[in-house]
Design a protein around this ligand. Structure first.
Ligand code: NAD
Ligand code: ZN
Length: 346
């Protein structure tokens, strides 16, 4: 089968590899579509070789069950679904509390086992998955469904974790209107009554933001924080979701979040927010605000996101590529040239 593989620093290639074998608790999925996430780029551009063997990319996967492991019950060949991206132990205190994204087995700061990032993923004709990670999607289109598995899931989890701050009449800011950000705007619209300010460096991304329900769009520059303060009576935004995570956006979040507000770091650009103790005054970190470094979402969050998509409340803006054009899709994402999400079709 064809698979898009990371074969070394800054190198991805389409290679011909065997269809994976499945174990007794697994499913073999015939991939219908696989989304291209900025995290794929971060991995591919990582300067250090993390493992010797090539790795099949793809952690945002939708497809059809092709084969069912001997011990699996309740699943049938031909069912359509998306793949929950964290393959966790399922039995630790966090997993049984519904916090699979922080499974104890994964360690304190590492990622849980994730297809396409730590184990073979779904940018291929077939992928092996644990049966417990399959979430049915009914007749939802694969191009629409694939980005639900991470872009929607991760945005939804960050937003759900700030629900105390997201009250009607309030204001939320979304920084970075790419794959995650354009879905976040729609989730905010669907589940809260807040006004939404979108921030990006590119005007065409602000145009996309307007199509996704943003009330205001502002360019990300050194006046952005003051513009947000001006729009909120000097108070700041009740929640700021940073889908970029660079120093510049961390600074913007710190300077534009309200007292008791929520700052959610989702982008993994390595930015270091200056959160200081002491009486600040000036533009610094306000009283009562909270910060969370948000990872993916839970399995329940994925069911919620599938339901939102099935109800027509989420529309993924998708650019379709053949699997063989995966390297080009990654290059275009790197240059900021993808509107919404690039999705590969094997
Ligand atoms: P993307 O490339 O599709 O979108 C990024 C957007 O940010 C683009 O629209 C770009 O124009 C904009 N941008 C870049 N620099 C900016 C700046 N200084 N100010 C404002 N906007 C800026 O990326 P994506 O796939 O949506 O992923 C977003 C981030 O989230 C990445 O860092 C990715 O690795 C990360 N991510 C994290 C998780 C998690 O669980 N925490 C999950 C998925 C993705
Ligand atoms: Zn991702």
């Amino acid at each position: 089968m064809r698979a898009l593989q990371w074969t070394g620093p800054e190198t991805v290639e389409v290679r011909d590899i065997p269809v994976p074998d499945i174990g007794r608790g697994d499913l073999l999925i015939r991939v219908g579509a696989a989304g291209v996430c900025h995290s794929d780029l971060t991995l591919v551009n990582f300067p250090v070789r993390l493992r010797e063997d090539p790795l099949t990319l793809g952690h945002e996967v939708a497809g059809t069950i092709e084969a069912v492991g001997a011990d699996v019950t309740g699943r049938e060949i031909g069912e359509r679904g998306v793949v929950y991206l964290f393959w966790t132990c399922g039995v630790c205190r966090e997993c049984v509390s519904g916090n699979e994204n922080v499974c104890i087995a994964a360690g304190r700061t590492a990622m849980p086992t994730t297809p396409g990032l730590t184990i073979e993923g779904g940018m291929a004709e077939y992928v092996r998955i644990p049966a417990t990670s399959f979430v049915p999607i009914g007749d939802l289109d694969f191009l629409q469904a694939a980005p639900v598995a991470d872009a929607a899931l991760t945005a939804y989890h960050a937003i759900r974790g700030a629900k105390e701050q997201l009250r009607p009449g309030g204001t939320a800011v979304a920084i970075g209107i790419g794959g995650l950000g354009h879905v976040a705007l729609q989730i905010l619209h669907a589940i809260s009554g807040v006004r939404v300010i979108a921030v990006d460096v590119a005007q065409e991304k602000l145009d996309l933001a307007a199509d996704c329900g943003a009330d205001v769009g502002i360019l990300s520059d050194n006046t952005a924080a003051q513009q947000i303060l001006d729009m909120t009576g000097g108070r700041g935004a009740d929640a700021v979701f940073d889908f970029v995570g660079l120093d510049a956006t961390a600074k913007l979040a710190v300077e534009s979040v309200a007292p008791n507000g929520a700052y959610r770091m989702v982008g993994i650009g390595g930015g270091a927010p200056e959160i200081t103790a002491g009486p600040a005054g000036g533009p610094g970190w306000p009283w009562g605000a909270s910060v969370r470094k948000s990872l993916g979402g839970t399995r329940r969050d994925l069911f919620d996101c599938v339901a939102l998509a099935q109800a027509g409340k989420l529309h993924m803006e998708v650019e379709r590529f053949d699997l063989g054009d995966g390297p080009e899709a990654l290059q275009r994402l790197d240059k900021g040239q993808i509107r919404g999400r690039a999705v590969l079709v094997p």
